[in-house]
Design a protein around this ligand. Sequence first.
Ligand code: ADP
Length: 430
Amino acid sequence: MSPVWRRELRRIVLLLAAALGAGYALQHMLWALTAVVSGYLLWQMLQLFRLHRWLESGQSGRLPRTYGIWGAVFAETRRLQQRSLKHQHKLQGIINRIQDSTAALQDAVLMVDSHGNLEWWNKAAQRFLGLRSPVDVGQPITNLIRDPAFKTYFDAADYREPLTMASPVNPRIHLQFNITQFGRRDRLFLVHDVTRLKQLEQMRKDFVANVSHELRTPLTVLSGYVETMAMAEDQLPPRWGRILGQMAEQSKRMEAIIKDLLTLSRLETSGTEQPAAVDIRALLQQITADARALSQERGHTISLSCDGPAALEGYRDELRSAFSNLVFNAVKYTPDGGEVQVHWQWHDDRPRFCVTDNGIGIDAHHIPRLTERFYRADPSRSKDTGGTGLGLAIVKHVLLRHDGELEISSTPGKGSRFCCSFDPARVCEL
Ligand code: ADP
């Protein structure tokens, strides 16, 4: 037992003894006992009342002075209060530090509650998004950032990929929004300035486009001379014939690479022209006819089937380029006499273009990288086929511009299937 309790018990015993003594002396035992116990109880009530009043006052005033067990209770309460205050200050310090460091961040940070209303933001958010403190607190974020692309992205609540768009206050600044959900559908925004990256990306695109464009003219001149020399082959020493043949072949390859690089540049930069209804059936008939011409004496069986509505809203030349790359690849990578099937069909409620071949196939580990520029599953074989290594990169870009998806499945030695599926909303009347 603690000394305080021991003292308190001693005090009670003494009081009771005094009450009994006084009762005996006065011949009123019961009255004396009742008076002492009531006095003790009253004193206890008074201490309880003082403690309650002190707690109610928010523990701000001076701690009531008392002694005995109540003195210990008051002192312990004061100690707990001081400890909790110390913790509170420490926590407030941490929160202040986090807020200070977040406020000093170069990136904008915003917190949006589960109803989509703005809760808190830092200085960079003010600069990038034009938010005003405190008037914008509690405003719906979609009222403050009015770009339709942002609204669609925010409402869709699929934040796996970041959104890049121009700043609402300065169209020259490009921002990348990364949104993370936490708690009960609260959202934390991290907005990063990607203007420099965009500029570098643009410089890269311009560089590739300019180099390809500049190389085209000298190459045309060179291959023109090679052709002229090849025509006068009978006047040249015999070994020159083979050399000229190789020169003509390599310059054709370079021309094909430059043509594909220019196509890719166009796909990356164009974007404002209106799409039109494309007659897919006619397009595929033309492509399969071209594929038969490409196959010639290699004897492939090339079939075409077209089911369901066959008109798509898009860009005819781009779709032609994508589909023909896939069909011509099937011919290129299928041994002589093989089979190539071209289908236009509905699959899983989506219109889909598929090319299936029974050619050499592709090892599974190459498949995720096939649409990278100049990536080849088998570089030596691809050189034989005269490929540029850009065909599938073109397909990927065309599909990006048509909200399409590319699926590749293949078994080495058995064949491959390349499918492009489109959004049903793109199906239209001719
Ligand atoms: P390339 O001009 O080399 O054909 P692509 O970008 O069109 O370039 O294709 C990339 C690579 O994918 C090719 O080099 C080839 O290895 C592989 N590939 C594409 N289509 C097929 C196919 N139908 N069968 C087997 N391999 C293919």
